[in-house]
Write a protein that binds this ligand. Sequence first.
Ligand code: SF4
Length: 375
Amino acid sequence: MTRKNRYLPNERQSNKAVEVGSVKIGNEAPVAVQSMTNTKTTDVQTTLKQIRILQSEGADLVRVAIPDFDSLDSFGRLCDFSPIPLIADIHFDYRLALGAIAGGASKIRINPGNIEKKKHIQEIVAAAADASIPIRVGVNSGSLPKDLHERYGPTAQAMVEACLRHVSLLESLGFQDLILSLKSSNVAETVRANEMIVECVNYPIHLGITEAGRRWRGSIKSAVGLGYLLAQGIGDTFRVSLTGDPIYEVRAAWEILKAWDLRTRGISIISCPTCGRCQVNLPNIAVKVEEQLQDIIVPMTVAIMGCEVNGPGEAKEADVGLACGQSAGLLMQDGEVISKVSEDEMIEELTALVRNHAADLKVENSKPNTDDPEN
Ligand code: SF4
């Protein structure tokens, strides 16, 4: 495949598309955001609550671990009640994959490093084909087939060969409803592996930096690696893997997508780092405003700026802006000054203005298109 349009993220790599429940992945479909529950799968109520929270944060898909047969029972109930498609994460035991498919999984993820018997793979493939669901071949540098690990170590080359080996097996069984992932905790190896695999096959790609770490470090590693790949048009869905509450995986994923204008959602805060010129407690204002506006999903830019150097310019360009001066600031909307507010009023007035503007934009976006012949 000819690699095209580096650094032009709106030009996606051409590839096949698959359907994961109601979510299309690949080709021209928007890059889908995934996360994974970290509750006990057997605790249906808590897991379902986490799935709903992840959906409300913007997850398109959620993956659930099925480590044993008790979890399998619960997974079926989760599928019945989940508001978004669920992916079953399977390792070691092919019978768990069969059970998950029967239970309503919209996709299954298997690891070629630990389900090796052809007969077992054959059974999984037949069940997935019957249910019309895709399989993700999830190669991880930490669980490579032994011979490839011995030959290459935990490298991009080993991941690519492991992936291609498994793709060939699935294709030989007549199955092509595939998504591929090649993940390592090493950013450079992950990037190389994904660049290599898209030169070899044309399936949708799931991206991730595995075991990336806690929120701060993991988000940076993921943004560097995944952002670089997405900028080349590589990647159709991804998960930012973070240790801790998965809500931050979804938030980080959205920031990565928004940074490349691949998708839009919610408030994008533009705030200055402050310096000796700033005469208000800007960090506090930015934190409070961001916290209080988490629930807004209409795409909007909100500038929060410390002084007259860049403040008026940035505030003017944003949908809503606050340009601070000496213990007071100018509130702006669509480039026009709306009012002057004291420091005490800034958070309340700014959030109210943003909420009103978001409501207006929502109404505007929901108006029928009068050019549409169907209307
Ligand atoms: Fe400093 Fe003003 Fe720039 Fe903020 S906008 S960093 S306060 S010069």
